[in-house]
Design a protein around this ligand. Structure first.
Ligand code: NAD
Ligand code: GLY
Length: 367
């Protein structure tokens, strides 16, 4: 069971391969690819201690057996280390191991490792190869695809970055078995996002599943389908709008209010996926108020989010006026107008700057 999804771009198209067991076959998958990647000899595997302990040696062995000269760089784990200071450790490893223009960085990890490794690869020697091997559900369906890379500034998330597309995204669904349940649910929020804004069939498949709150209730076929459909949605959108000058904005569905909730609670109360879930519930209701979709459709989305076990209400004590104020500093504000992605029926979305603070206020007051 394997899916290959192309990401078609004007320059340097690439593939997303969803292949169970691929962590042990990465070397061969790179060298024997239908369109050879022609990567240089040297590969720097970047990971964190938790992930490297589970999968690192297998990746290193597979690459070594395929004839690559492999070195490693292990970074501290966590969003708080997604900084320029940590990036320096990747550059140091690149220097010590004499990475060249033809060399490759392999990002083995979740979105934090993927974003940092991608940015290091974008900037080392003005750009070398990067292969993304995502190990969280969120990174598999979102962060590893599409070339957004970067680190946080002390005063804002992902403010320093570059677009740098990977040469390959290699997804091994089996690594999700060790992923903590809360991280799994966070990734499922992004999966629901694709169902709500892009793929009504995916939305219905999720509705039909008996349980989705833990990975063990999802059989291999359904997991492969969830990954494939989500990656297809992301690949399609990125292919049409690589640098987010239009269509790609729809991927921010649930993120505008989500980011406000995340930052106002100091990134400690809810994680990214949980914040997106709350954001999707809110904009789902905004879309009802604006006559874009029906209450029934909004309720179906709410039920799906609840089925995963994701939060659907604002964290206790969060000030609604502070959320409305915080929306003004969102990265996506254009000419002073906050831009919202709103569903227009299940599987379809629009971007608008016509949502009034009063509408947001009245929706948030009920949450
Ligand atoms: P993460 O990278 O912090 O990983 C979450 C935790 O899971 C970490 O503690 C990690 O060590 C652990 N982990 C990862 N894989 C594991 C596995 N298979 N088994 C056991 N433990 C495992 O979190 P994330 O949700 O993957 O990524 C969040 C980051 O992604 C944020 O920094 C966000 O800004 C970024 N992001 C980027 C994009 C993009 O387009 N570039 C999109 C969405 C999110
Ligand atoms: N995660 C949103 C994007 O890649 O555009």
């Amino acid at each position: 069971m394997q899916s290959v999804i192309p990401v078609v771009l004007p320059e340097k198209s690439y593939e997303i391969a969803i292949a169970p067991g691929s962590v042990d076959r990465i070397g061969r998958l790179i060298t024997d690819a239908e369109t050879p990647l022609k990567l240089g000899q040297k590969i720097l595997v970047v990971s964190n201690p938790t992930i490297f302990r589970c999968y690192g040696q297998r990746v290193v062995d597979s690459l070594t057996q395929a004839g690559f000269d492999v070195c490693r760089c292990i970074l501290p784990a966590g969003e708080r280390y997604k900084t320029l200071a940590t990036l320096q450790k990747i550059y140091d490893a690149a220097l010590e191991n004499r990475l060249e223009r033809s060399s490759t960085m392999v990002a083995l990890g979740g979105g934090v490792i993927g974003d940092m490794t991608g940015f290091a690869a974008a900037t080392w020697l003005r750009g070398i190869n990067v292969v993304q091997v995502p190990t969280t559900l969120l990174a598999m369906v979102d962060a590893a695809i599409g070339g957004k890379t970067g680190v946080n500034h002390p005063r804002g998330k992902n403010l320093i970055g570059a677009f740098h597309q990977p040469r390959l995204v290699l997804i091994d669904p089996q690594v999700l078995k060790t992923l903590p349940m809360r991280e799994f649910r966070a990734g499922m929020a992004e999966v629901i996002k694709y169902g709500s804004i892009w793929d009504a069939n995916l939305f219905e498949r999720l509705e039909q599943a008996a349980r989705l709150d833990q990975l063990r209730y999802i059989n291999d076929d359904l997991l492969q389908e969830i990954l494939t459909r989500s990656c297809q949605a992301k690949a399609h959108v990125v292919s049409k709008d690589e640098k987010e000058s239009g269509l790609r904005e729809i991927l921010n569905y649930g993120h505008t209010i989500g980011h406000a909730v995340e930052s106002l609670t100091g990134y400690r109360v809810v994680n990214h996926g949980e914040a997106v879930a709350i954001g999707m519930v809110a904009v789902g209701q905004v879309a009802v108020e604006m006559g874009l979709w029906t209450q029934e459709e909004s309720d179906r989305q709410l039920a799906l989010i609840q089925k995963i076990g994701l939060p659907t209400r604002l964290p206790e004590g969060l000030d609604i006026e502070a959320i409305i104020h915080s929306l003004q500093s969102d990265k996506k504000v254009k000419a002073g107008q906050v831009r919202f992605v709103l569903p227009e029926g299940i599987g379809k979305a629009i971007v608008t700057d016509q949502v009034t603070p009063d509408t947001i206020r009245s929706v948030l007051q009920k949450m």
